[in-house]
Design a protein around this ligand. Structure first.
Ligand code: NAD
Length: 486
């Protein structure tokens, strides 16, 4: 099902990287080599950008409604192959087929939303201060879009960036995640099969430092849209910002979920477990801080520990979550937990790699809950991107809000309460891009803008119609009518 070799897609053709360089993609569920992948560098990026630049003007001249119809063909191709795509996603990430199928469904919905935007690429008409003068704004493409995605929800990440960039009339060079190369490759294959215009949508495989950095630095890339870690996001902002390229950054989070004394505790436990552990905690919107009122702390802790003990870890549809994406990630997380222990953190469950025969070869981390951690400690402030969460005890509402806001990040947050006033105040005062009442810290919808404050992003929002602002430029047009010519 997975190809043995995963090439680039440039100009509608599969191709090797320059000098035929390749790297191995490892299966996170088994630790075995899964495929070899084109290891692209600056020369491959240059070739892809050149092709994309050449194809862009005809694509920009294609009326948006027709662009939408062409995108719809890709969406229908994805729908027809939903099972195959989900199998690829599951194989590359180690997540269950069920989760991968749902994620692919989300990507299809997102594609449908943007294909339809071709009929709604609204500008504005407004009044003018002068007689016989008409004022209009229209959206125009930026040019070549350089898109960089992570591996956590790979098909959603690919769709999230390519569809809005394309509907706005940009051509695309996407740097696939090195951990999920086949997910991007299969979309390139579908695009080619449905006759999508050559050169408009290109996928380049490779590592961040080699291929990603070259895409960011390329002078002919007009907009860089990046989803990934805050550290890399900062570098991208600096490099692409230097030449005034448009930059959109969707970065990390350290998201808090507050459990008040009046919460439905069963519901809160359910959502904390889902937000902290599902997808092996590899979500920018994962719940990594659980802030609990002191009067219910012990009861809630007991219930959450029971839930954690019941988590099934593995790659099948009967499991709650699978491995983390690579060994480096696993090693870093365990080191962070070990360091926190030295500072007094209590590991209530997990904290280590699963080493039983079923899991020993894969990159499996046990569901992990810590307590007795200072809110200022490194592990309270730095994102880990794994199935790890920390319990904190607070006196009441204001303390919980202050602690939730005490973070470098500001992506999502959630409160569990039956008190309307607490819910409203929390949504008003939490410094995040997403606030949820009585649910989880994660979840987004294709038509809703997602993004964060502080170190979680640079203020842009994707997807929703707001993503159109990332990928298009407004132009003011004034029409002067001369009555003497009538
Ligand atoms: P990462 O930043 O290491 O890598 C992400 C992508 O960037 C990969 O394709 C990688 O190859 C590339 N990259 C790495 N270094 C680069 C460089 N110097 N120049 C250009 N590209 C480079 O992140 P990761 O560990 O793969 O992904 C997890 C991160 O992504 C977490 O921080 C998570 O919160 C974030 N994320 C954010 C959102 C969001 O919408 N806010 C969604 C999903 C994931």
């Amino acid at each position: 099902m997975l190809p043995q070799f995963i090439p680039n897609w440039i100009d509608g053709k599969e191709c090797e990287a320059h000098n035929n360089a390749r790297f191995d993609k490892i299966d996170p569920a088994t630790g075995q080599k899964q495929s070899s992948v084109a290891r692209s560098t600056e020369a491959d990026i240059a070739a892809a950008v050149q092709v994309a630049r050449k194809a862009q003007s005809a694509w920009a001249d294609t009326p948006p409604v027709q662009r939408g119809m062409l995108l719809l063909e890709i969406v229908l191709g994805m729908k027809a192959r939903q099972k195959e795509i989900a199998e690829i996603v599951a194989a590359e990430t180690g997540k269950s087929f069920k989760d991968a199928f749902g994620e692919t469904g989300g990507a299809i919905q997102l594609g449908l939303f943007y294909a339809s935007e071709g009929q709604r690429l609204y500008g504005r008409t407004t009044t003018s201060g002068a007689q016989n003068k008409y004022a209009i704004t229209v959206r125009q493409p930026l040019g070549v879009a350089g898109l960089i995605v992570p591996a956590n929800t790979p098909i959603a990440n690919v769709a999230w960036k390519m569809f809005p960039a394309l509907i706005c009339g940009n051509s695309v060079v996407m740097k696939a995640s090195e951990d999920t190369p086949a997910t991007s490759w299969v979309i390139g294959k579908i695009a080619t099969e449905v006759g999508f215009p050559k050169g408009v949508l290109n996928f380049v495989q490779g590592f961040g430092r080699e291929a990603g950095a070259a895409l960011v630095a390329h002078p002919d890339v007009d907009v860089v849209s990046f989803t990934g870690s805050t550290a890399v996001g900062k570098e991208i902002q600096r490099i692409a910002g230097e030449r005034f390229a448009r930059v959109s950054l969707e970065l990390g989070g350290k998201n808090a979920l507050v459990v008040c004394d009046d919460a439905d505790l069963n519901n809160a436990v359910k959502w904390v477990a889902l937000s902290a552990f599902s997808n092996a905690g590899q979500r920018c919107a994962a719940c990594s801080r659980v802030i609990v009122f002191d009067s219910i702390y012990d009861q809630f802790k007991k219930m959450l520990l029971e839930k954690a003990a019941a988590q099934k870890v593995g790659p099948t549809d009967n499991d709650d979550f699978g491995p983390v994406i690579n060994e480096r990630q696993l090693t870093n997380m365990i080191a962070a937990v070990d360091a926190s222990k030295k500072e007094g953190a209590r590991v209530l469950c997990g904290g280590s790699r699963l080493t039983d025969p079923e899991h020993a070869n894969g990159f499996y981390m046990a569901p992990t809950i810590l307590e007795n951690v200072s809110p200022a400690a490194a592990i309270s402030q730095k994102e880990l991107f794994g199935p790890i969460t920390i319990l904190y005890c607070v006196k009441g509402f204001q303390d919980s809000l202050d602690m939730a806001n005490d973070s470098e990040y500001g992506l999502t947050a959630c409160i569990h309460t039956k008190n309307f006033d607490r819910a409203v105040k929390f949504c008003d005062k939490i410094r995040t891009g997403v606030a949820v009442v009585n649910g989880g810290t994660y979840g987004s919808e294709p038509h809703m803008p997602f993004g964060g404050l502080k170190q979680s992003g640079n203020g842009t929002r994707e997807p929703g119609t707001e993503a159109l602002d990332v990928y298009s430029e407004f132009k003011d047009i004034y029409l002067m009518m001369d009555p003497s010519h009538l």
